[in-house]
Design a binder for this molecule. Structure first.
Ligand SMILES: [Zn+2]
Length: 234
């Protein structure tokens, strides 16, 4: 009650009201200033959370992915899985840091736009997680990143048609052979897809076992071409 009357008096008292306005404006200025600081070196003028110097220093992937993956036509990874990309992905995945997801999505979109033709007839499919894992983490980080890419390229995104069947041990805890066995047969589709190109979006590609298993399911569902976009390659 005291708080309410204080607030009311500050609204009716011109001096207090002006102070309140000045304080509000100052806090807005502070917010805007903070948002334009670089996440890495804290220098000002970083419009999208990273300054030009830090952006140039990122571990951009210079060599194309050359491993042949069954059912996959093309793999494109934007970064090497190294500092600070590894830490950013970790913050999105385990800290639900949406600002980091936005930054990764924007950087990946920029790279994809420069290096890759993005076909008009593509549909984006973030790698799904089991219901249990989504319940535990509260969200699917691949969806957060894929949403940004879909918006950047004005492509449709499908988070329903392909789903994850089982939850074995987490892929990062296994070796290459175990990963292939663990992931085989772990995706399914709800109905046949009327699409040409499916774009799988994931955070990190390591052996490619997950991408390949999901591509197999997408082919069975009717996709003619399957492309993988990964933020990083380990
Ligand atoms: Zn910087």
């Amino acid at each position: 009650m005291r708080k309410i009357s204080l607030l009311l008096s500050s609204l009716v008292d011109p001096i207090k009201r002006d102070n309140w306005l000045v304080n509000t404006q100052q806090s807005l200025v502070r917010t805007v200033t903070l948002e334009t600081r670089c996440l890495f070196c804290a220098s000002s003028g970083a419009e999208h959370g990273i300054c030009a110097a830090c952006e140039a220093d990122l571990p951009w992937r210079r060599i194309p992915w050359n491993k042949r993956l069954p059912y996959v036509d093309e793999v494109f990874a934007c970064f090497n899985f190294a500092y600070p990309i590894r830490q950013l992905i970790h913050r999105v995945k385990y800290g639900r840091d949406i600002a980091c997801a936005a930054l990764l999505g924007r950087l990946a979109a920029q790279r994809l736009f420069e290096r890759n033709s993005v076909p008009d007839d593509s549909t984006i499919f973030p790698v799904p997680q089991t219901r249990r894992r989504i319940m535990r983490r509260g969200f699917n980080h691949a969806v957060e990143i894929a949403l940004l890419l879909a918006r950047q390229f004005s492509l449709p995104i499908d988070v329903v048609s392909i789903y994850k069947l089982k939850s074995g041990p987490a892929q990062p805890t296994l070796n290459a052979a175990q990963r292939r066995t663990n992931i085989q047969g772990s995706f399914a589709f709800r109905e046949r897809l009327k699409i040409h190109t499916a774009v799988i979006v994931d955070d990190v590609i390591t052996t490619g076992a997950t991408a390949s298993a999901m591509a197999h399911t997408l082919r069975l569902a009717g996709a003619k071409r399957v492309v993988v976009w990964s933020i990083a390659a380990a």
